[in-house]
Design a binder for this molecule. Structure first.
Ligand code: NAG
Ligand code: NAG
Ligand code: NAG
Ligand code: NAG
Ligand code: NAG
Ligand code: NAG
Ligand code: NAG
Length: 777
């Protein structure tokens, strides 16, 4: 037994360290913003679903939104304002044909708008699944009208047949690059360019093997290129890996690349890509066995900087059903290019008759390099298009499209990891903070209809807030950002929403504003508000990297609230901290309280059960929050609690009597007499006159309860909740009540709100505002 102990420590310690590491990795949003109509501008039209395709037309001040059987043109500044719309419905015949092929007429045999791209002549190219028979068309917007030209172009290979299948497209000039399945069965995946000469991928599972297409991006490398390079198209997807000899082939994430000007080969790879290369992409999340799977990307480039510094932000989720981890990794375009331009290839080796092993290729690589775009060097060798490429190069690329090297993210680790609602979409914006530094703010859509706003400061992830944008909580399927309007646009199956980049006014104090570390927001001392950076005239207090709130002026003292309770009652004091990262600290008469069964520290509140005289005193709740530099304490609330012995005395005396004898006229007289004695005489008298006829109505609720339920009710009704003192609630919730419930019990609660001039504090009369008297008489 004793010999096992060191062994246990030996094995368990690393495990414990790993677990600790993992919990540190899990990033909690500092602020959770619950759903509220003011969080976002919403758009939704009755009976229309699947608002999952978007095109920003900043030139027209429009958001073009594709849904099921409809396209909308919405005001980009306020998408709840519909400017125009056009229906694109399937005909009865199309629906019948689709149904006869075994598809569901109510879900699959409809027209899901899947593609919306701007064309060179400023029209819109639009494609829909069209009842499992994809079709494309041109659409124009003029004088407030959205018009479909009804061109009826074949959409096969451009747009998916199956509305549930993932796809990716991009429009370059007037050429559509698309990655989808080209047939009805969804079994012919292609990456293709629809142009006068259409080019597609080879029919080989080493090229595409049961892929899930994610996204596409263009890198305009030909611009200002010194070596006459071509533009490149990147495709992100996941697929079943062919190159690992595991029993179960794992799914891996990929980045593939083709050159824009590729026209296919002469004899080999005719009308096929001669420049298709792909590499595995990893987002290493600590402790995960299977690789995480890519779900969405965002292509970020600093307009003022070299394109080589461009990044791809990508969302990954766990491959295992039991894990709910999501991650964001950032990849340098230059790192991806290096793997394609200089990396080794993988090569298939036939080990036995049917068994193929993929190994690193160490042999001679033909010239021009397989997969390279045509550049000046190739032109010097009289190779002007891919048609001029030698067979050796083409044969090589046909058989070896997989790179040996894996593309790793910046820093070789994720920029964000989180458990819970899976990430679905991402956009990134760069903002220059008050310190002059430029920060990348990530906006991440989740499966639960929320948007996370996160930054990675010096390698440490930080989620500024999580905003619940949609209710009910449905997955966000698309996210777009407009730097022109400073808005984020999100789409779900049930509607679209628009939120601003920042709502600084959510912070009401300087400490909260600074600790939120939101690079868009700073504290303006002159107006005493947390404001949007670019709206500010004066210098702001902001400390995004450190969260240093020492620069903040002293906060206004909180206004104390007075409470009177009685022995045996329950005290429910609230302490609403603006931050999930802050720990509440409660003090009673300047000494910190220790939790017990009697005194419970809950999140955002303190609960004291069976109050006794010794519980009276001055309660103070502070939020203690650690930033990278220091610990900051904000006093959130103060309560002066008085315990009224008189109340309990009455209860104690009356209780046994009432229980044995039942309600009687004598009993009532005793209660009234005691009330008069214990409460301020004139006010009690007032109450008695004013409310005696009422108890039947007020008590109705209690009388309807069963005896057992009443105990609970009695318990709850005696809880004094400061939040219930807000004006709106105060109207129907008694501030003061004397209860003679169920004829058998008696209790009283008295609250003296001390503050009158604050909106949060009870408005109204100094002490007794309303007395609820119940009796079974
Ligand atoms: C736009 O639509 C309105 C209403 O249908 C119509 O009166 C108007 O002539 C249309 N404008 C154009 C340019 O088609
Ligand atoms: C369209 O939206 C409905 C929700 O009304 C959903 O059930 C369905 O799965 C969605 N279809 C697709 C293809 O996403
Ligand atoms: C304390 O008050 C809050 C807010 O009104 C309420 O949700 C909670 O249930 C109360 N706690 C108890 C034990 O009554
Ligand atoms: C708590 O401390 C403050 C100053 O430190 C003092 O003014 C106050 O009287 C103290 N309160 C109690 C109840 O001791
Ligand atoms: C409440 O506290 C008193 C003394 O403070 C104690 O006698 C009584 O048993 C307690 N009641 C409950 C239900 O804990
Ligand atoms: C009266 O209130 C006391 C204190 O909460 C409770 O212990 C007792 O069960 C109640 N009696 C009845 C009859 O409801
Ligand atoms: C005080 O109570 C009286 C009578 O209930 C009411 O008319 C008056 O508006 C109250 N005062 C305030 C400030 O609410």
């Amino acid at each position: 037994m004793h010999q096992l102990l060191p062994l246990c420590v030996f094995w368990l310690l690393p495990l414990a360290l790993m677990l600790e590491d993992k919990t540190q990795l899990d990033c909690i949003p500092r602020r959770s913003v619950p759903y509220h109509g003011d969080n976002a501008h919403l758009f939704h039209e009755e009976g229309v679903f699947n608002y999952t395709t978007m095109l920003l037309r900043e030139d027209l001040n429009l958001l073009v939104l594709g849904a099921r059987e409809a396209v909308y043109a919405l005001d980009l500044k306020d998408i709840s304002r519909k400017v125009a719309s056009v229906k694109w419905e399937v005909t009865k015949e199309q629906k019948d044909t689709c149904k006869n092929k075994g598809k569901d007429p109510e879900t699959e045999c409809l027209n899901y708008i899947r593609i919306l791209h701007k064309t060179e002549d400023d029209r819109i190219y639009v494609c829909g699944t069209n009842a499992f028979d994809p079709e494309c068309d041109y659409m124009s917007y003029a004088d407030g009208n959205l018009t479909l030209e009804k061109k009826g172009e074949d959409g096969r290979g451009k747009c998916p047949f199956d509305p549930y299948q993932r796809y990716a497209t991009i429009m370059v000039g007037n050429d559509l690059f698309s990655a989808t399945s080209k047939n009805f069965l969804g079994s012919d995946p292609v990456l293709m360019r629809s142009s006068p000469v259409s080019i597609r991928t080879e029919f080989k599972n080493s090229w595409l093997n049961d892929p899930n297409f994610v996204s596409m991006a263009l890198m305009p490398d030909s611009k200002n290129s010194l070596d006459g390079d071509d533009d490149k198209i990147y495709l992100f997807f996941s697929e079943t890996a062919v190159e690992y000899d595991y029993y179960n082939k794992p799914v891996v994430s990929r980045v593939a690349r083709v050159c824009k000007g590729d026209v296919g080969g002469q004899r080999i790879l005719q009308k096929k890509w001669t420049t298709f290369l792909k590499a595995r992409m990893d987002c290493p999340v600590l402790g995960s066995q299977l690789p995480f799977i890519i779900q969405e990307t965002y292509h970020w480039c600093d307009p003022s900087q070299n394109r080589r510094d461009c990044l791809f932000y990508a969302i990954f989720t766990s491959q295992s059903d039991t894990s709910d981890w999501s991650a964001v990794c950032a990849y340098r375009v230059s790192d991806i290019n290096r793997v394609f331009a200089e990396g080794k290839y993988k090569s298939p080796v036939h080990v036995e008759m049917y068994f193929v092993k993929w190994v690193t290729y160490y042999g001679d690589v033909p010239v021009p390099r397989p997969g390279a775009c045509i550049n000046n060097k190739a032109r010097e060798a009289n190779i002007y298009t891919t048609l001029d490429l030698p067979d050796r190069t083409l044969q090589f690329i046909k058989n070896r499209p997989i790179m040996d090297e894996v593309v790793l993210p910046v820093g070789e680790k994720p920029v964000l990891v989180r458990r819970g609602a899976k990430f679905t979409s991402i956009v990134v914006n760069q903002v220059q903070a008050a310190d002059g530094g430029k920060y990348h703010v990530m906006f991440i859509g989740t499966e639960k209809g929320s948007v996370l706003k996160a930054v990675n400061y010096n390698g440490v992830m930080f989620i500024i807030e999580e905003i619940q944008v949609f209710e009910p909580a449905k997955p966000i399927k698309i996210l777009r950002i407009s730097t022109v309007t400073g808005q984020i646009y999100a789409g779900t199956d049930f509607g679209a929403a628009q939120i601003p980049l920042a709502t600084c006014s959510r912070s009401s104090t300087c400490i909260d504003c600074v600790l939120s570390r939101d690079p868009y927001c700073g504290w303006d001392k002159t107006v005493g508000k947390c404001v949007f950076l670019s709206n500010a005239d004066s210098e702001l207090i902001q400390s995004v990297k450190e969260g240093n709130a020492f620069l903040c002026p002293d906060a206004d003292p909180v206004k104390p609230v007075s409470w009177v309770t009685w022995p045996g009652g329950t005290l429910n004091l609230s302490c609403p901290s603006p931050s999930n990262l802050a720990k509440p600290r409660w003090e009673l008469d300047n000494t910190s309280v220790t939790p017990s069964a009697h005194l419970q520290l809950l999140q955002h509140r303190l609960l004291i059960l069976n109050v006794s005289v010794s519980d009276a005193g001055w309660y103070r709740c502070s939020a203690v929050e650690r930033s990278t530099t220091d610990e900051f304490t904000t006093i959130v609330a103060e309560y002066q609690v008085t315990v009224d012995i008189a109340g309990s005395g009455r209860g104690g005396q009356l209780l046994p009597q009432a229980q044995t004898d039942g309600p009687s006229v004598t009993g009532l007289q005793a209660i009234v007499a005691l009330l008069v004695v214990s409460l301020v005489a004139s006010l009690a008298c007032n109450f008695y006159k004013g409310h005696l006829p009422l108890p039947w109505n007020c008590g109705k609720k209690n009388r309807d309860q069963t005896q057992g339920a009443f105990d609970q009710e009695a318990m709850n009704s005696r809880v004094i909740d400061p939040e219930a003192q807000r004006p709106a609630k105060a109207e129907n919730k008694p501030l003061v009540s004397a209860t003679h419930g169920n004829g058998n019990n008696y209790s009283a609660e008295v609250a003296f709100p001390a503050v009158r001039d604050e909106t949060d504090a009870p408005s109204g009369n100094e002490s007794l505002q309303f007395i609820d008297y119940e009796s079974e008489l």
